[in-house]
Ligand binder design. Sequence first.
Ligand code: PGA
Length: 248
Amino acid sequence: MRTLIVGNWKMNGLRKDLAEIEAIAAGALAFPGVDVGLCVPATLIAEASNRVPNLTIGAQDCHSAASGAHTGSLSVPMIAEAGARMVIVGHSERRADNHETSADVKAKATAALAGGLNTIICVGESEADRDAGNAITVVNAQLRGSLPLSSDNLVPVIAYEPVWAIGTGRTASVADVREMHSAVRQTLVELLGDQGAKVRILYGGSVKASNAAELLAVENVNGALVGGASLKAADFLPIVAAAQAKVD
Ligand code: PGA
């Protein structure tokens, strides 16, 4: 299974930052054993995908409908036409800020997969959930609620991102990551059969150059979803290099 490293720029990035995207794309060429994606603000998708055809450019959300009366939203055909080949759905910031439920996330993921996009479905527990000993139960429930169960060979990507580790500088321990990724794998196989073994499970939450190798070495960690450390090529490329080192 090829390792997938995805940057999530969140609400960061103006045209002046296209140079950074070009630097990431150019640098990624040195790591052919790794799949690399960058989910940029929607306003940059078209220009970024024109400038860096070798890099998979993605969006950070999509609507579940193809068109209609949904002011401010963007559909899968719209982001795909702009050049997105990937999309993140159900990020914890959207679940919190926009009150997205797992049912909403499942509808978005269904539309994104049907539209041919590489679809990253995010799950992750809050600090209160973890402290109460409910992390695995909560993540399993999110996964079951958010994962489309279709028979047509459409395989999404799952990103496990503990909410308390996002943007905080704290990462889950190797033992906790191993336990959670193994639980996610078990549920995926239960729900999707053989295909569940092929789903890439990314870890996200304060991934950076200094911890990437250790996290990527954990069983069932098939890549990373990287926020803050994806904004600069100098921070992001060493994470891709750590993934390449796994292959070499
Ligand atoms: P972070 O964000 O790497 O800045 O913690 C990860 C994410 O939210 O995808």
